[in-house]
Design a protein around this ligand. Structure first.
Ligand code: GLC
Ligand code: GLC
Length: 815
């Protein structure tokens, strides 16, 4: 476990002890409007709101060396040149440590008696990042040396910046004043914003031209200026503007010096743009620098970042969970990942380039499930934003841009699972808050501007959409794809240059999805429970009848003998059936049919889970998506058969869908299985980092499965629906404290050997201290529930009616 680092649970940090991790290990900074990606070597970039349209610093994805752009400090000490974060110079260090914390990364490097600590964070509600730098002389002599902070500016529109050199090489503009560099490319024309890179320490020189600082034929590992140790005070006119300073030190033995660097996105607002021709008005930039010139202000801002996380995490804490992996994930890192997926959807990470995908309709709805307890008011707004990208016929824009909140026309709609996820997120929000007013919010349809249709209307539209778009088996039509973006049953693509998702006409297609049917069952149950909570029994009954009808269809049409069929193709042939040569069994339909309540009375649900266990599961890595993996490309199935066997949607361990099976085991009271499965994809539980390779503190979207040539190797961390769903699994199904419309339900499903645990939960203004005991060694079943000394029937904790804000709950499990 300690190959590259370890958890420091008390400080809520992951400590990396050597910089050459198997892959870059990323942290996410920021949670308001300014964001930064930061790896263990200070790699990464920063942006305001939208990683494509407002990118401040450059980053070259798929670079070699990997992760070679970032927030670098070069130390020039005598002849030696080094970085505290090791890269890009990669000089051998005498000491190195990186602490990825909640919203900050602290990197410390030491060489020849000089240590440099770089603490990077984004103050709450500010459009800037601060690097607090602490430099110490540990030798017995005075030491003279220089530090050169360095960033490379991006001209805001990242795609243009990395593709359109005939333009970008001629537009770069900067100004330098005092100890600050102002990157003002395109500021004279339509931009009313600029990037500030400034230092609170007096500079001895600067460079703003990359050619001058780095050199055309040098690399970031051997910048020209570091050979001489003197900045050239270059001005960038076009080409590639950078921000570099020369900071000179003469430190006495044992002395320490602290200062800060600021990287800010500055919106000029109503201020005049210029003081004189070509001289920008720098009032705001100067105010920012003045504010953080006092290092006490830097420290206060950092303390506030930590305090905010403490407060957010205090909504849900389960301090005494016996399993350390589940404990640290559910209490800390899983919630941090939920914040990141909520904020960034699938836009910017080590794998998402920030220029491709915006907010996903289905992704963002699911992300809310793991986020809503943290900041329900933000979840509320998000739900309304998402709903507004639905069309009046029920189809949804599959993606939308965060800056404009407009649907992305290139991809359009027709992913037929999309509408249903809105019901899950809305129900989760109301279960958390009991705020029914959200249902009355007027959020019009994307094609009917100005209409006053409410959110409730959207939910009905979503249900109707599924009901009205069914195929020959009366199962829902799949459209371009369902949750499995790669099940492209109407694509028939022979052309390598086509998109799998949107190629092919879905208009008259017959291809059906059993997974959508299962999801419909789940959503319909949510919806009718919601109507009952609203006191609308007639509507609840109406939805119940849709449920019954779909359930009948599923049981009549989708049972394959030992598991649920996955889909029917455009010719109505089954997929995920024993009659198939490959791809005989898929995970998603087992999961959603079980979660939706199919197979409960006829034993099929248990059989479906047993089939998952037998054909898909591997204790070391998790469940493959299907079995056997496809060895050939199938026109009629699309992208799912395009991946080599054992990767991604072709029988890879796609973590996201594993979590639904975990819930299935918990529903059936299989505590051992639920935990064992949970741990099979849990990053903290991965022992061999040379095999796993990815960050041990956040979930990966995909691990190469036992059916692949590289089993156990994980990819695509941070921005995956696994974040939200794993939190739901751990908090609501294993530990079993689950918000419902009328209060918290306690319904744990744990290994029999667990003696108990505690959960502290803030919920609707009340602090619940819940203690669960398991004296009889069972997995499931609440025997007694005692609330503030009073015995209560069942497993619902009643909401206090006498204004109590602290409630003590004692739960005893047993038969
Ligand atoms: C990706 C997509 C998600 C999709 C999943 C399975 O994670 O973001 O929308 O459901 O892949 O294909
Ligand atoms: C590819 C990926 C899938 C992802 C989709 C997004 O199909 O395999 O995981 O959801 O791209 O467009």
């Amino acid at each position: 476990m300690a190959q590259y680092g370890h958890f420091d649970d008390a400080n809520r940090e992951f400590v990396i002890t050597r910089p050459d991790t198997p892959l870059p290990w990323l942290n996410m900074l920021g949670q308001d409007e300014f964001y930064g990606l930061c790896t263990q070597t200070a790699g990464g970039y920063s942006f305001w709101k939208d990683a494509r349209l407002r990118r401040l610093t450059r980053y070259r994805y798929n670079n070699n060396p990997m992760d070679n752009d970032g927030r670098f400090l070069y130390v020039k000490h005598g002849k030696s040149v080094w970085n505290p974060g090791w890269k890009p110079v990669r000089a051998e260090l005498d000491g190195y440590e990186c602490r990825h914390g909640l919203g900050y990364t602290q990197i410390t490097g030491q060489k020849d008696g000089i240590s440099v600590e770089q603490l990077m964070f984004i103050p709450a509600n500010e459009n800037l990042e601060v690097w607090k730098i602490t430099v110490s002389n540990h030798t017995k002599k005075s030491q003279k040396f220089s530090i050169f902070p360095f960033v490379e500016f991006c001209s805001f529109e990242a795609l243009n910046d990395m593709t359109n050199y005939q333009r970008t090489y001629s537009i770069g503009e900067v100004e330098v004043e005092g100890d600050a560099i102002y990157h003002k490319t395109e500021y004279r024309e339509r931009r009313n914003h600029y990037t500030l890179f400034a230092t609170t320490k007096k500079i001895a020189g600067y460079d703003t031209s990359r050619d001058a600082f780095v050199g055309v034929h040098n690399g970031l590992h051997d910048p020209k200026v570091l050979a001489t140790g003197k900045c050239t005070n270059s001005k960038a006119f076009g080409w590639s503007p950078v921000g570099a300073f020369q900071l000179d030190f003469n430190l006495k033995p044992g002395a320490t010096e602290t200062f800060a660097l600021i990287l800010a996105y500055v919106d000029q607002g109503d201020l005049p743009k210029f003081d004189a021709p070509f001289v920008m008005n720098k009032t705001k930039g100067k105010q920012i620098l003045a504010k953080y010139s006092d290092i006490a202000a830097v420290d206060a801002a950092f303390d506030a970042v930590k305090a905010r996380w403490d407060s957010l995490l205090s909504v849900y804490q389960a301090p005494k969970v016996p399993n350390e992996h589940l404990r640290r994930m559910v209490n800390t890192w899983n919630q941090v990942q939920c914040m990141a997926t909520f904020n960034l959807s699938r836009s910017a990470s080590g794998y998402e380039t920030g220029i491709g995908r915006g907010m996903g309709y289905r992704d963002s709805n699911q992300d809310i499930l793991g986020f809503v307890h943290l900041l329900p008011e933000r979840a509320r707004q998000r739900i309304l934003d998402i709903a507004s990208t639905q069309l009046s016929d029920g189809t949804c824009f599959h993606q939308y841009q965060p800056l404009t909140k407009k649907g992305n026309a290139d991809i359009g709609g027709g992913f037929n699972d999309d509408p249903l996820w809105l019901i899950l997120s809305t129900a989760a929000y109301i279960r958390e808050t009991k705020d029914l007013t959200i249902l009355d919010e007027p959020c019009g349809y994307a094609d009917k501007k100005g209409s006053r249709d409410t959110l409730l209307h959207h939910l009905e539209t979503s249900i109707a959409y599924t009901l009205n778009n069914r195929g020959p088996h009366a199962l829902p039509l799949i459209g371009h794809a369902d949750w499995n973006d790669c099940l492209n049953l109407n694509c028939f693509s022979k052309e390598p240059n086509e998109s799998f998702q949107v190629t092919g006409d879905i208009a008259g297609s017959k291809a059906e999805s059993v997974m959508i049917a299962g999801l419909f069952l789940y959503a319909a149950r949510d919806f009718s429970a919601l109507y009952r909570f609203m006191g609308k029994e007639d509507d609840a009954k109406r939805i119940d009848s849709y449920y019954a009808d779909m359930l009948k269809t599923v049981e009549e049409q989708a049972w394959d003998g030992s598991w649920y069929t996955r889909a029917f193709d455009a010719e109505s042939r089954p997929i995920g059936s024993k009659s198939n040569k490959e791809g005989k069994i898929y995970i998603e339909s087992q999961a959603w049919c079980v979660l939706g309540g199919a197979g409960q009375t006829n034993g099929r649900a248990k059989k479906a889970l047993a089939a998952v266990d037998k054909y898909l599961y591997d204790k070391r890595y998790g469940c493959a998506l299907q079995y056997p993996a496809y060895s050939e490309y199938h026109l009629e199935l699309g992208e799912v058969t395009s991946y080599p066997p054992g990767y991604k949607e072709n029988a890879g361990v796609f973590s996201h869908n594993n979590t639904w099976i975990h819930i299935g085991w918990a529903m059936f009271g299989e505590g051992e299985k639920a935990l064992e499965y949970y741990l099979s994809i849990c990053p903290s539980a991965k022992a061999d980092h040379d095999v796993y390779r990815s960050e041990p503190y956040v979930y990966a979207q995909m691990t190469a499965s036992h059916l692949s040539p590289t089993p156990g190797e994980a990819k695509n961390t941070w921005l995956t629906g696994t974040g939200a769903w794993s939190f739901v699994v751990a908090a609501q199904y294993i530990l079993g404290v689950r918000p419902d419309f009328n209060g918290l339900v306690v319904d744990p499903c744990v290994p029999k050997k667990w003696k108990g645990f505690t959960v502290n939960r803030k919920y609707r203004g009340v602090q619940y201290a819940i203690e669960v005991k398991n004296p009889k060694g069972v997995s499931k079943g609440v025997k007694t529930l005692v609330v503030d000394g009073v015995k209560v029937k069942g497993n619902l904790i009643p909401i206090p009616t006498d204004g109590r804000t602290k409630v003590k709950v004692e739960v005893t499990l047993g038969a």
